[in-house]
Design a protein around this ligand. Structure first.
Ligand code: DC
Length: 225
């Protein structure tokens, strides 16, 4: 039954605009939205709470199985509950992102999260945002997009976001972090960040959100579900 539910996958590196674009597209289509990075971040946060060593693969795999992750869509903003605690803000921190990236390189962690991600495929449709949505989790998706943007622009977007939140960071530091995370995500042995062969690539450098959303939506009638 689930195989007939349409899926649009939107993959790409951090800061490519995936989250914003995916949420907007899902809203316009009236489809569900999967923020797969939030699952990896949730495990990262839970590992931090348990004071686990990020080099201890066995402990991290156990932590993945033990961590409950729930999405609460009832309010204005999507809230993420990790082990019953609202961890929405903590998930967005650089610490959680770095922990997620390290944890995401462990094959057993990825395998443990596979079914949890596929469970989001519910009618009328799903927009799935991540790194391996089109290649591994939903290889049969009807539409696949791979978003990119220059590293400088991605660092600049992140800088503005963090500055708005009153977090003090430097552009140089952010650019270094983004390049290091890209390299880790692209070079890991399991499900490395790369476009699916049948993905449409869209470079968002210098483009406004609405223009990119329109380009993604315009793809949909062009292929079969
Ligand atoms: O998209 P994000 O920044 O929230 O993702 C956080 C980390 O999780 C990212 O560095 C890589 C990992 N990730 C992944 O490996 N596969 C996904 N589908 C989503 C995220």
């Amino acid at each position: 039954m689930t195989a007939t539910v349409p899926v649009l996958t939107i993959d790409g590196p951090s800061g490519s605009g995936k989250g914003t674009i995916s949420r907007a597209v899902a809203q316009q289509l009236g489809w569900h939205y999967l923020d797969s990075g939030a699952l990896y971040r949730a495990v990262g946060v839970a590992a931090g709470w348990a004071d686990l060593d990020l080099d201890d693969g066995g402990a991290l795999v156990r932590c993945t199985f033990d961590t409950t992750i729930a999405f609460d869509e009832s309010g204005d903003e999507l809230r993420v509950l990790v082990n019953g605690h609202d961890a929405t803000d903590e998930l967005r921190t650089e610490t959680a992102g770095a922990a997620a990236s390290a944890i995401a390189a462990i094959p057993e962690v990825r395998a443990a999260l596979k079914d949890r991600q596929r469970a989001f495929r519910v009618a009328p449709g799903l927009v799935a945002d991540g790194r391996d949505m089109g290649t591994v989790i939903f290889p049969d998706a009807g539409w696949k997009v791979f978003l990119t943007a220059s590293a400088e622009e991605r660092a600049d977007r992140r800088y503005k976001q963090l500055k708005n939140k009153g977090v003090s960071v430097t552009m140089d530091g952010l650019l270094r972090e983004i390049l290091a995370r890209d390299a880790r995500d692209a070079n890991r042995a399991v499900a490395p960040l790369r476009p699916a062969e049948d993905a449409v690539r869209i470079d968002t450098t210098g483009q406004g959100i609405e223009a990119v959303v329109e380009r993604v939506l315009a793809l949909l009638p062009a292929r079969n579900v």
